[in-house]
Every structure is written in C-alpha cells, then in structure tokens.
Design a protein around this ligand. Structure first.
Ligand code: ADP
Ligand code: ADP
Length: 237
C-alpha cells in the first residue's frame, strides 16, 4: 500500500536526507524506525505525506506515484494520513474536544468548517476516540491544561477522528517520561491491532522499538541499513 522505489531526497542546502530507499509497507503493519539523531528517520516519515518532498524515485501510495500528485491530490492524501508529532501540535486555547474534532475537517464541507460546525456523528466519534485513549473526562478541558502524555493522547484521538488507514508518528514519545511513553505506545499498538491501521513510528530507544514493533527499520546517514522483524534485531546489530 506504501512503497518506496529508489527514493532519494536532497535538501536545498545539498544535504542528502534519504539515499536510494526501497521499502514495501503493507496495510496493518506496526513499524518502528530507529537510528541515531540525524539518521533520516524524520525525513523518511515526513516524505510519506510529503511534508518534505523526495527529489527522485517513486513513492507509491495505493498504487499511485504520489511524487507526481498535484496540489489537490496531495491535500486529499494528507487527509487520508494521520500525523502525530513530538510536540502534539494542538491548538492550546481550544477545548480538547474541538482539537479532536479538527481531525474531521478534511471530511467536512468548507461551509461547515468555516463556522466550526460538525456533524453529530463526528462529535460521537471524537468522544469515542477520547474514550479509547482513556481521557474522555478531559473532553471539555482546555488543551493546554493537560499533561504532555494526555496531550499526545488527544493528538492520537484527533488522528482517529480523521478515519484514516495510516498513522505517521514522528518521535511521538520524545518529550515524555518512560512510564508515559509506554502508555502512548500501548495506545498506538492497541489501535494498530483493533483497527488494522498501518503505523510508522520513529523512536530513539531500541528496547522500546523491540517491545512494540512487528517490524523494525534501522537508518544511518539517510540509508535503510536494517529492515526485519523485531525478533531479529539482537542477532544482526
Ligand atoms: P529531529 O532530530 O528531532 O528530527 P532536528 O533538530 O534535526 O529535529 O530538526 C528540527 C527541524 O529543523 C526540522 O524541521 C528539520 O527539518 C530542520 N532541520 C534540521 N537540520 C537542518 C539543517 N541542517 N538545515 C535546515 N533545517 C534543518
Ligand atoms: P532524524 O529524524 O533521524 O534525527 P532527520 O530526518 O531529522 O533525522 O535529519 C536527517 C539529516 O538531514 C540530518 O543530518 C539533518 O540535519 C538533515 N536535515 C533535516 N532537515 C533538513 C533541512 N530542512 N535542510 C537541510 N538538512 C536537513
């Protein structure tokens, strides 16, 4: 469903972020990308929805080369992919529920979204999503009143409300303490299992990667240097 064919990415300053990456990712996989800081993990994840754009190769999404997409195709693709960031990217002064509902914006008519009107079923979905990550009781709190771990769970609920098949999570636990990191990783893992959502997650810690991933992709200097089941990691590295 997502396939990198010889994908390279050179930043405007000449730095090569990705070098000849070849990967095939199937629906429902739980993938963790590991590597040292600067290895290209972020670049790999962000290239999937073209927050950064590869400079050569083909990046197939649902059978189509997304590098040839026009603006409209790109917008559509981005609403089909949930994105989870290290810094949560919530609107701080808005309620938790409003933040979660914003995940439905890509599926809402422009007229409705301008007035912040949401369908009843989207509100129900947003509340259910909050419940699934264990923070339903925070729905009417202001986003910035929540702890970091709770805010990250809000951003997961927002991605769920997008009704997507793929989540990209770029260092989702890098700002959290270890116990909270495990709560967030468990939520992602549970959603992966229950909804068959493809998850591609960047992590700094290999032990956590081995605990939650089915498949681990190791990167170094923009290249994929390991790609295999989590169980094989100890033997090969
Ligand atoms: P991380 O290691 O957590 O991915 P970085 O500190 O490397 O974060 O990057 C933070 C932001 O700065 C990103 O948006 C990244 O694209 C950008 N960035 C990183 N390195 C450079 C660079 N050499 N030149 C310009 N922008 C950069
Ligand atoms: P990681 O996520 O593994 O820390 P990144 O994908 O953020 O790595 O970065 C890979 C390399 O690309 C790093 O050397 C970083 O400095 C560089 N880089 C990232 N973003 C930019 C940018 N916007 N411009 C130039 N170089 C960048």
């Amino acid at each position: 469903m997502i396939e990198f064919k010889d994908v390279s990415l050179t930043y405007p300053n000449g730095h090569q972020g990705l070098k000849n990456v070849n990967l095939k990712i199937e629906q429902g996989e739980m993938i963790v990308v590991v590597g040292l800081s600067g290895a290209g993990k972020s670049t790999l994840i962000r290239s999937i929805n073209q927050l950064v754009k590869p400079t050569s190769g083909e990046l197939m999404v649902d059978g189509k080369n997304s590098l040839a997409f026009n603006e409209r195709d790109l917008r559509k693709m981005r609403t089909d992919i949930g994105m989870i960031f290290q810094s949560y990217n919530l609107v701080r002064r808005m309620s938790v529920l409003r933040n979660v509902l914003s995940g439905a914006l890509g599926r809402t008519s422009t007229a409705r979204s301008i007035f912040g009107l949401f369908k009843h079923e989207d509100k129900q979905l947003a509340l259910r999503s909050l419940d699934r990550v264990g923070i339903a009781e925070k729905a009417y709190s202001r986003a910035d009143q929540l702890s970091g771990g709770q805010q990250q769970r809000v951003s997961i609920a927002r991605a769920l409300t997008q009704k997507t098949k793929v989540f990209l999570a770029d260092e989702p636990v890098a700002s959290l303490d270890p116990p909270t990191s495990h709560i967030v990783m468990k939520d992602l893992r549970k959603i992966n299992r229950e909804d068959n959502i493809t998850m591609i997650v960047n992590l700094h810690f290999i032990d956590m990667a081995m605990e939650y991933a089915d498949r681990i992709i190791g990167m170094r200097n923009g290249e994929v240097v390991f790609d295999g089941p989590a169980s094989e990691v100890t033997e090969k590295t």
